[in-house]
Design a binder for this molecule. Structure first.
Ligand code: FMN
Length: 206
């Protein structure tokens, strides 16, 4: 079975800096023999979490939109690349809105205790955060990391790495960046090799 990788793009800007960086990562995945696919969040219908807490009682989300089949799909992946540009020093509404909708999975884990991810499961499911930002500030991604950490933790993925590039204004976009696209491509190849080795060592029992 090939390593399955899903990229989710939270940028409202099609084929912009962040999606191009995600594409470079996914190209590396494919080149190494992995199976890569991409979902554009702005093109699917889902609403924000209502905070109704119904999921705390039965572990189900009452909002039956396209977020639910997307989470079903995410949970079947070996690797998830969550991509978002930095907007107002954080992730976009598209990605944050999806992350909040994972609350029913969080409720299964932490309230109802009907869902448990073993250490082996978490180790063999890798999450990668892909982001770009306009500014040169060292701390420009800092507000994004905790939300991504919470997301990967909820869905049982190890936060494996970041592929981030700032100073997009200076470089006039991701294609002008000296190293980012090459690094993203190499990271795609690397994660497939790492996951293949883990699959050999720990056969999937989920
Ligand atoms: C609404 C909005 C808010 C932004 N806020 C920030 C910001 O707070 N810090 C920053 O460094 N860049 C900010 N940017 C710049 C983007 O992060 C940057 O141009 C990014 O590469 C855009 O990626 P995209 O082409 O995938 O949309 C903002 C851009 C927009 C449109």
């Amino acid at each position: 079975m090939p390593v399955k990788v899903l990229g989710i793009s939270g940028s409202p800007h099609r084929h912009g800096n962040t999606e191009v960086l995600l594409d470079a990562f996914l190209a590396g995945v494919t080149e190494e023999g992995g199976e890569a696919d991409k979902v554009i969040l702005k093109d699917i219908e889902y609403s924000p979490c209502r905070g109704c807490n119904t999921c705390h009682k039965d572990g189900e989300c009452i909002v039956k939109d396209q977020a639910i089949p997307l989470f079903d799909r995410i949970l079947m992946m070996d690797c998830l690349a969550a991509a978002s540009p930095i907007y107002s020093m954080g992730i976009t509404a598209e990605l944050k809105g999806l992350i909040d909708r994972a609350q029913y999975i969080w409720a299964r884990k932490f309230i109802l205790k009907t869902l448990y991810f073993t250490d082996d499961h978490v180790r063999s499911h890798k999450g990668i955060f892909i982001s770009t930002a306009g500014l040169s500030w060292d701390n420009v991604f800092d507000a994004a990391f905790p939300a991504i950490t919470a997301f990967f933790n909820t869905i049982g993925f190890e936060y494996y790495d970041n592929i981030i590039a700032n100073e997009m204004d200076k470089y006039h976009g991701i294609r002008g960046h000296p190293t980012a696209l090459k690094e993203a491509h190499a990271k795609g190849r690397e994660v497939v090799r790492v996951l293949e080795a883990l699959k050999r060592d720990v056969p999937d029992t989920d």
